[in-house]
Design a protein. Structure first.
Length: 278
């Protein structure tokens, strides 16, 4: 049976969040809001909790992603919003989880399917060109109104709090009223069986260097020697987590654990020597 990864999404409305308690409660990832609207033109539309949420998630060793709430109804406006989003992303990379476009405004819902497809593509093209793995978020009815060919191009983060989505999706936002240690009041809860962090690291997205193992063999250069992998020895410091160490060296928690025969990835100690293959 595939592992289920549990996550939450956060914005300024959630107030102060204790990310260490969140991680200790069994949450695998948090997707935090960075901005809404044209943050490039209106800097005050940056989420007031963005910087601290990113800092605290990273410090806690919790994989984090980032999302932007879009107001745009034209391709030109969508591109402008995307440029502002990318500028914020560039300041906090590497980003362990996916970044996402949140599209759900009433004015956007009134657009034709073709118009929805165009503004989605306009936004995500800018984000992908900047080197980020970008998902598409909305509630299921909105996503159904988007051409299937558009949905199939992206990782889908689908909100449906009453049932499992009937469309193809990657992450299911299944509750708006979850209760998680470290969070005050209700919090949005998500689940997935896809290891997006691994996908991102292997693809070299979000500020990570592309993993050599993800590159396809070129049959025309079969005689070319493969670059030798380098191994470094890292001494664990107090407060370190395997997730933070993996992010620092552009690898994964599972790989470090396997290479060092660590049975519980949550248990490491200060002074421990880890062999990390780059």
């Amino acid at each position: 049976m595939a592992k289920t990864y549990k996550g939450i999404d956060l914005s300024r409305w959630n107030g102060s969040v204790d990310m260490k308690k969140v991680r200790a409660s069994g949450i695998d990832f948090a997707i935090v809001q960075s901005s809404y609207g044209n943050v490039k033109a209106f800097p005050n539309q940056k989420d007031s909790r963005f910087d601290v949420n990113v800092k605290n998630a990273r410090s806690a060793g919790l994989d984090f992603g980032v999302y932007h709430y879009m107001y745009a109804t034209t391709t030109a406006a969508a591109k402008q919003e995307a440029e502002g989003f990318v500028a914020l992303l560039n300041k906090v990379k590497p980003i362990p989880y996916f970044v996402a476009l949140d599209i759900e405004e009433a004015a956007q819902a009134k657009l034709t399917a073709a118009s929805k497809a165009r503004i989605i593509k306009a936004f995500i093209d800018v984000v992908e060109k900047a080197g980020y793995f970008c998902a598409l978020y909305s509630y299921e009815a909105f996503l159904k109104s988007v051409p299937e060919s558009t949905r199939n191009r992206y990782a889908i983060w689908c909100a449906n709090t009453s049932a499992t989505p009937s469309i193809k999706y990657g992450v299911h936002q299944y509750s708006f009223t979850g209760r998680i240690s470290g969070c005050n009041g209700d919090v949005d809860c998500n689940k997935t069986t896809i290891d997006y962090h691994k996908k991102i690291v292997e693809a070299g997205c979000n500020g990570y260097k592309k993993s050599p193992s993800s590159k396809k063999d070129d049959k025309t250069t079969a005689t070319t020697k493969k670059p030798e992998s380098k191994t470094v020895t890292y001494t664990v410091k107090r407060g370190d987590t395997l997730s933070a160490i993996a992010a620092k060296y552009g690898t994964t928690v599972s790989k470090i654990a396997k290479d060092n025969n660590i049975k519980n990835a949550n248990v490491i100690y200060a002074g421990q020597k880890l062999k990390i293959k780059k």
